[in-house]
Design a protein around this ligand. Structure first.
Ligand SMILES: [Cu+2]
Length: 147
């Protein structure tokens, strides 16, 4: 009897651990073109931040942006999906984590174009840029400003 309770405790704690692990390592599906170097840089940034990244090379990454319902003017070089949110462009991992914690009613986040100094776009120059939150109705607001 004691042994059975002990085993149940092990099973329960193992399940508990796996839940914690999946919450700490969200899976993100990235759709990019095979030749995109800055996309690779962004994937590396996500992995370093603890995300489990499945990168997919596709012919037209913008198809995924359209499917997610993100406005064209917010377009960048890659589109990703994480827990039913779309992530467009070089969005810092910190904002994705904030999104997953706050769980707003929204389509997702976007950093349009490819600002210098954003994750995956590191170089000599650092430009200011905005991370936009795209709401369910397609309108968007600044979620975070980076200097
Ligand atoms: Cu890029």
């Amino acid at each position: 009897m004691k042994r059975r309770i002990f085993l149940q405790a092990i099973v329960a704690s193992t399940i508990g651990l796996s839940v914690v692990a999946s919450a700490a390592n969200p899976v993100i599906e990235v759709y990019k073109s095979a030749s995109c170097g800055c996309c690779e840089g962004w994937v590396k940034h996500l992995r370093e931040a603890g995300f489990t990244v499945n990168a997919h090379d596709v012919a037209n990454p913008s198809d995924y942006r359209e499917k997610a319902g993100l406005p064209n003017e917010l377009g960048s070089c890659h589109t990703a999906m994480v827990q039913n949110y779309a992530i467009e462009g070089h969005v810092p991992a910190a904002e994705i984590k904030r999104l997953l914690a706050e769980k707003p009613k929204a389509k997702g986040l976007a950093v349009p174009s490819m600002p210098m100094g954003s994750p995956g776009m590191e170089g000599a120059r650092k430009d200011a840029y905005d991370v936009f939150l795209v709401r369910a109705d397609g309108r968007y607001t600044v979620y975070k400003h980076y200097n």
